[in-house]
Write a protein that binds this ligand. Sequence first.
Ligand code: HEC
Ligand code: HEC
Length: 351
Amino acid sequence: MNTWVRRGAIGVLSLLALATLVVGIALQRGERKLARRIDVPAQPVAFYDDRAALERGAYLFRSRGCADCHGSDGAGRVVVQDANGLFVRAPNITRGARTVAGYGAADWDRAIRHGVKPDGRPLLIMPSEDYNRLTDADLGALVAHVRHLPSAPGAAAELRLPLPVKALYGFGVVRDAAEKIDHTLAPAQPVAEGVTVAHGRYVANSCVGCHGPELLGGKIPGAPPDWPAAARLAPGEGSVMPRYPTADAFAAMLKTGKRPDGSAVSPVMPFASLREMNDVDVRALHLYLSSGAGTQASSRAPGKSGGTLPALTGAAEHGAAAPPPRPEAKPSADALPAAAATAFVLASGKS
Ligand code: HEC
Ligand code: HEC
């Protein structure tokens, strides 16, 4: 064999060996990560069975995605079955089903708000980051509904990930919910239900799993390659919100899955749930998502063009920890208004 060819072949082979080694390490790290035990401050959930709680719980189950994945009867279903090898079956969570039969009062909080199974291992697919900010009352209502679902036949969870996704999970590019959640935050304080920015901010927590913690949009890590990037909901360049100047236009899109120009939004958006949202939630959501444009916080937020929303996660619940805006102070890092500062901390992954 010609020496050049031979050398080339050796080069390719060692590259291949290196790649195999790197992927091998990533896969091993992924296995270890999935087997890790996470200690979270889970609280016992109050078990309600009054009518108001059951109605609220049924509403949340329909409109916040649970029914979409677990089925409206809670018996579980195949959520994703992708040609590239991603397969996800959400488990049966009705009464007596294997997954939840042994659940104690704190296990509901651990799974739903923290993304952690009773044995301390992480959930992988379920977007608990969307639910971490649920108030105690809403979590209680949701659990009341689930616990009252009639027993139905259905399978346990089944997850199969394509190799590249497993490797990305090992490297931390794909993160599970428990990694994304700040488990030290106290449960969200209730805000009055109404068409207000505060209530809209509360509802918008159920969008972060796909649209990101600051609703900046972008590729959803680990998603099948044919899924479009999630849209930017936060104000600024590329935001889709200018397309929805009125709450009516926004509500129509959530109900029909169509943009104002008649084109279809990708069905990756969970319209089966979003269409169930009541008018107050939808209008509050629209108000919140339209609220950040041109705020002072925005012009100072590093690396952003044109705006941030009032911060979704944490700051308000921490109360005194977040300094009030000091507009006349010198533009140093600690003079950033609370919202921008929180956004910055989140963006630099130190939350
Ligand atoms: C995107 C799909 C999806 C959504 C939305 C979703 N789940 Fe899940 N859920 C899953 C999958 C998949 C599992 C299996 C565990 C995993 O993710 O690794 C699961 C697991 C669970 C478990 C059992 C955890 C365990 O002990 O193994 C409970 C309880 C649960 N979900 C309740 C809910 C509730 C309540 C909601 C709504 C607030 C919800 N889920 C929303 C997909 C989903
Ligand atoms: C399962 C992932 C997922 C969840 C959860 C989700 N979205 Fe989306 N959303 C997407 C994707 C992906 C797109 C991009 C669709 C496209 O380009 O066709 C999108 C697009 C949008 C758009 C742009 C529509 C347009 O005009 O093109 C809006 C507005 C939006 N989402 C709002 C929300 C809100 C509000 C929530 C929470 C209540 C939410 N989404 C929850 C995945 C999601």
